[in-house]
Ligand binder design. Structure first.
Ligand SMILES: [Zn+2]
Length: 121
């Protein structure tokens, strides 16, 4: 998987995946009661706990992203002209995924070191 989106939207995606994962675990756990009876109740309990943990984690991520995006500076993207938020020194545009940077030294290379290592995996 390539790291194509901006940091804020990537974190939102992870938050969403955690919610669905958590709900999936809870549904799966509940179906265990029907399939395995008494033992299924214990399994369902464990899955419920993990599902709730995943949902809680996603809420923390959403809250954190909200905090970050309010403090992130809003800039106008030079590529598409839309207003996007930047996290850290280097980030991608939320709309056209152009890499934007504050650092003039990074601007010539285009792809920051963090992105290069991720694209190989
Ligand atoms: Zn753009």
């Amino acid at each position: 998987m390539k790291f194509r989106a901006s940091k804020i939207s990537t974190m939102r995606t992870w938050g969403l995946l955690l919610v669905f994962g958590g709900m999936g675990l809870m549904v799966f756990g509940t179906s265990g009661i029907l399939l395995f009876g008494q033992v299924g109740k214990i399994i369902a309990g464990i899955f419920m706990v993990f599902g709730l943990l995943a949902c809680a984690a996603s809420m923390i991520i959403y809250f954190w992203v909200g905090m970050l995006s309010t403090s992130a500076p809003v800039i106008e993207c030079p590529e598409c002209g839309k207003r996007t938020k930047m996290l850290g020194k280097t980030d991608r545009c939320m709309y056209c995924h152009t890499i934007l940077t504050w650092d003039p030294a990074e601007a010539t290379t285009g792809v920051p070191a963090e992105e290069q290592t991720l694209s190989h995996s």
